[in-house]
Design a protein around this ligand. Structure first.
Ligand code: 13P
Length: 336
């Protein structure tokens, strides 16, 4: 077992998943604006430290993805944020892409940037305690998109990033996200997701990536948010497992889904059924941002000094996700 494979398994095993707390300052400001909290570095840290010191960290969270600002911050008890995360037994991770930018020659689409100077930035993050990294490619479905160009360019960037992360001793999360936006059908999502993921693995293999030392972070197979023909959770789970079985090499240890704008309950129910229907060897778990934080953020915004109360809300959500990662979640447990 390689060191990278060990890290990946530590993050994903035993019903644990990933807390994606790597919102850029721009995105975090949108989230805080929505609950009428001023977005400054102090408040961003306050909320995140509340989550990172909750009980759920021990049993439910195997890794936390941080943003550059947070990995450099010091907590209220004078420890660094990576130290706080490590003390709960979880692995600190870091988002290293610099965002999705218009793709030249197909400017309605994007290519994710951040390769320039990446080797040095990775070395710095390793020294700060990060042992895994994240890079997100973004695709939209329309009649003409995603184009071959965007599928190719994003896969190429994901592979170059992964090679650098592994060279530096860190597990790359490979995140090709097909957005839910649009009126496409679940079958369109299925076909495009399979195509995008296969292309990513072609490039990862070309770049000699150790596939036992990566984590794939895909979207689930869903109908577009504007689609009139939504599918049931059972259908979501069957299509999602089938797509991954067909597109992901068996060496990959695990898959951690993004929530992508699904509600907390929807993303939990879908993950639960994915695990019940999982006929692969892949661990299937969560790497949720909004679907782990939404209700905790709402609660916290009512009284930002109520740390215990906020942690209780977060503990419940993380526990439900952890049960879903083991196929043991139910609506009764959710409402208890
Ligand atoms: P959501 O779960 O809110 O989609 O965020 C996950 C993530 O990390 C997106 O890159």
């Amino acid at each position: 077992m390689t060191e990278l494979n060990k890290i990946a398994l530590k993050i994903l095993s035993n019903g644990k998943g990933i807390l994606a707390a790597d919102e850029s300052n721009g995105t975090m400001t949108k989230r805080l604006d929505a609950v009428k909290i001023v977005s400054n570095s102090e408040n961003r840290l306050r909320f995140r430290e509340t989550l990172f010191t909750s009980d759920a960290m021990k049993d439910c969270i195997g890794g936390v993805i941080l943003f550059d600002e947070t990995i450099n911050q010091t907590s209220s008890v004078n420890k660094t944020i990576p130290e706080i995360i490590l003390s709960s037994g979880a692995v600190p991770g870091i988002k290293v892409d610099t965002g999705a930018k218009p793709l030249a020659s197909s400017s309605d689409e994007t290519v994710t940037e951040g390769l320039d100077g990446l080797r040095q930035r990775l070395t710095n993050y390793y020294e700060l305690g990060a042992r895994f990294t994240k890079w997100r490619g973004v695709y939209t479905i329309t009649k003409e998109y995603p184009s071959k160009l965007s599928i190719h360019s994003n896969a190429h960037a994901l592979a170059r990033y992964s090679a650098l992360a592994q060279e530096c001793g860190m597990v790359p999360i490979v995140e090709p996200e097909i957005l839910m936006n649009g009126d496409h059908s679940a079958d369109d999502c299925y076909n495009k997701t399979c195509e995008v993921i296969k292309k990513c693995f072609d490039e990862l293999i070309l770049h000699k990536i150790d596939l036992t030392g990566i984590i794939l972070k895909p979207n689930m197979i869903l109908a577009g948010s504007e689609s009139k023909s939504k599918i049931s959770s059972q259908e979501v789970s069957i299509k999602t497992v089938k797509c991954l079985k067909e597109s992901v090499p068996t060496e990959v240890p695990g898959i951690a889904f993004l929530s992508g704008g699904q509600s907390e309950i929807e993303s939990t129910e879908n993950l639960n059924l994915i695990n019940i229907n999982n006929n692969t060897n892949f661990i299937m778990t969560y790497s949720y941002g909004r679907a782990l934080q939404q209700s905790a953020l709402k609660f916290w915004s009512k009284d930002i000094r109520n740390i215990k109360g906020t942690q209780n809300v977060f503990n419940h959500r993380a526990n439900m996700c952890s049960l879903a990662a083991q196929g043991k979640w139910s609506k009764e447990l959710e409402n208890k």
